[in-house]
Design a protein around this ligand. Structure first.
Ligand code: NAD
Ligand code: UDP
Length: 310
């Protein structure tokens, strides 16, 4: 089976390419290298079933594939706010281009949507039926609304053109191959602790997130693609909830050094709580995450040690 992975040189994309190749599939990895890196997939370049293509999903493209995973989009607030208009274009025009391709070649297509479609949620934990609480004009809107519009396009192409599609809503995921300057909380805390810098908690650290290790996430994404019980959206993530302060304390407990915790201003529209209701994923995918935060951190810290040359 030939599979296109857009955003394939990124954090999640590179793990997905690796897993698909291990299953014997042909993988076409497309990336504009905004937050992705060639070195994330360098170990795959010798595989005859792997092809790397520098291309921007905003520009149309034609390839012959049977599966499309659409992951192209910066995921860290720091990076998606760097050029917010481009972020909207990537989500919306990228979805249109991928869906147009899926329609033409009859491919099945999966959208990497996000828990950000729930915004700063007033329902907790978040089931797929919750419609969210997003500020359409805030600093996070380029990402949140871009991803919401992409979901709309997926469902409209499905209803109007019978495009065979799936949507997953991914909750905070971490692991090896995140960039040291990614800007998301797990990578920031580990890098700060390894460098002996203080860990920067935004606000008082009472906001919560639920952290999923990358291997669990990729398994759920691939299972969603290959099942026929639902087109989604399906929440995928780890339902164990931590405050950001608890995360900082766990990281400090694992990396000895002189770092302490400092508080900085909370960015606007930062969601106060987030935790997936994964009942649907449990039912239709027969899946639940296996790797606890502590083990996942142990498997992630060596990657950052290596990146930092420590
Ligand atoms: P990432 O930034 O590492 O990966 C995104 C990839 O997309 C990068 O390789 C980047 O270069 C590429 N890209 C960006 N704009 C592009 C464009 N216009 N054309 C082609 N390629 C482009 O982030 P990630 O964590 O691997 O996220 C992958 C996908 O999963 C994203 O769509 C993100 O929104 C979604 N997601 C991730 C998480 C998470 O916690 N990791 C949570 C929710 C959703
Ligand atoms: N955060 C933090 N310190 C950091 C980076 C992030 O306290 O150095 C907080 C951030 O304000 C948010 C949470 O950690 O409340 C998760 O942030 P991240 O950017 O990882 O993901 P998202 O907000 O998109 O869930």
């Amino acid at each position: 089976m030939a599979t296109l992975v857009t955003g394939g040189a990124g954090f999640l994309g590179s793990h997905l390419c690796e897993r698909l190749l291990a299953q014997g599939e042909e993988v076409l990895c497309m990336d504009n290298f905004f937050t992705g890196r060639r070195k994330n997939v360098a170990h795959l370049l010798d595989n005859p079933n792997f092809e790397l293509m520098r291309h921007d999903v905003v520009d149309p493209f034609k390839v012959e594939v049977e599966r499309i995973y659409n992951l192209a989009c910066p995921a860290s607030p720091v990076h998606y706010q760097f050029n917010p208009i481009k972020t909207v274009k990537t989500s919306v025009m990228g979805a249109i281009n991928c869906l147009g391709l899926a329609k033409r070649v009859g491919a099945r297509i999966l959208q990497a949507s996000t828990s950000e479609v729930y915004g700063d949620p007033e329902v907790h934990p978040q089931p797929e039926s919750y419609r969210g609480n997003v500020n359409p004009i805030g600093l996070r809107a380029c990402y949140d609304e871009g991803k919401r519009c992409a979901e709309t396009l997926f469902f409209d192409y499905h209803r109007e053109n019978a495009v065979d599609m799936r949507v997953v809503r991914i909750f905070n995921t971490y692991g090896p191959r995140m960039l040291p300057n990614d800007g998301r909380v797990v990578s920031n805390f580990i890098v700060q602790a390894l460098q002996g810098e203080d860990l920067t908690i935004y606000g008082d650290g009472s906001q919560t997130r639920s952290f999923c290790f990358v291997d669990d996430l990729i398994e759920a994404m691939m299972r969603t693609m290959e099942q026929d019980q639902t087109v989604g959206p399906v929440n995928i993530g780890n339902p164990v909830e931590f405050t950001i302060r608890e995360l900082a304390e766990q990281v400090l407990g694992k990396i000895e050094g002189s770092s302490t915790i400092v508080e900085q201003d909370l960015p606007s529209d930062d969601p106060m709580q987030r935790k997936p209701d994964i009942s649907l994923a449990r039912k239709v995918l027969g899946w639940s995450p296996k790797i606890e935060l502590s083990e996942g951190l142990d498997r992630t810290i060596p990657h950052f040690r290596q990146c930092l040359g420590l």
